[in-house]
Design a protein around this ligand. Structure first.
Ligand SMILES: [Zn+2]
Length: 260
């Protein structure tokens, strides 16, 4: 079967629905066999320009491969991967390239649970006093300049996450999943990191102009490395409601002052 749909510009709403359906298939262990027709797709994409249905900005974590977790094949996703899914200048430029040159109308910023880049940033910068945005210079003894750059990019998310705690100075180092645990802080930081990624992308004059014209949608989301499920933030859900179950069998992590 020739997949001519690979060459069509997909409206953002439809693209988002296709990603949701693909993730549901992945969670259920069902696979779209047409995505495996690599030879036909390769020829089609060689003969005509690609038209990926979505740009996905996500972490380099080996447990979060977008083509697998959305059950997609060749030519369907334009993927930008970097540790901690941070949106620096090169990442923003890559997204601009896809949107401007390939016509993609949906950008998905995908965070994930148990993000080691976020945990490393929290560990290096400290979970308590002194986690300010300017703390990047103290990114830990022995940290290379490259890792320090990643940590520095994540630092604002840590600061925001700490600000949502009613008493951030009482964040504990214990390994449980209580809201005031280090684990709770990291989970919130992962979410804030996605929010900041969206803000930085929309800080691009190219992307913001397209979004204003209704030709581009930028959506946040979070993948659970335990369940395989992606929670999409396309309904302007408050951040407390957007935090998925951390996979440890208890309620979703919420800051104390946002609990019902
Ligand atoms: Zn990660």
């Amino acid at each position: 079967m020739i997949r001519t749909d690979l060459l069509e510009i997909v409206p953002s709403k439809q693209a988002l629905q296709l990603l949701k359906e693909g993730n549901q298939r992945y969670v259920q262990g069902i696979h779209d066999e047409s995505a495996c027709e690599h030879a036909a797709a390769r020829q089609l994409l060689w003969d005509a320009n690609q038209a990926p249905l979505a740009v996905v900005l996500c972490c380099s974590d080996s447990r979060v491969p977008p083509e697998l977790i959305f059950d997609m094949g060749l030519g369907q996703l334009f993927v930008v991967r970097v540790a901690g899914n941070v949106a620096d200048a090169l990442v923003i430029g890559s997204v601009e390239f896809a949107v401007q040159n390939l016509g993609t109308q949906l950008v998905l910023v995908l965070g994930h649970s148990d993000c080691k880049a976020v945990i490393a940033a929290v560990t290096r910068l400290g979970s308590g006093t002194g986690t300010g945005a300017g703390a990047g210079a103290g990114a830990g003894a022995g940290a290379g300049a490259g890792i320090t750059a990643v940590v520095t990019e994540i630092a604002p998310a840590i600061e925001r996450a700490r600000a949502t705690f009613s008493d951030p100075e009482k964040i504990t180092a214990q390994e449980d999943c209580s809201p005031d645990s280090l684990h709770g802080l990291c989970s919130l930081c992962e979410d804030q990191n996605v929010r900041i990624g969206i803000e930085r992308l929309l800080g691009s004059t190219v992307l913001s102009a397209l979004a204003t014209e209704g030709k581009l949608q930028v959506v946040g989301s979070k993948y659970s490395v335990k369940t395989g499920e992606v929670v999409f933030w396309d309904r302007e859900a408050p951040i407390s409601a957007a935090i998925p179950d951390c996979g440890h069998g208890h309620e979703a992590l919420l800051p104390r002052d946002q609990k019902a």
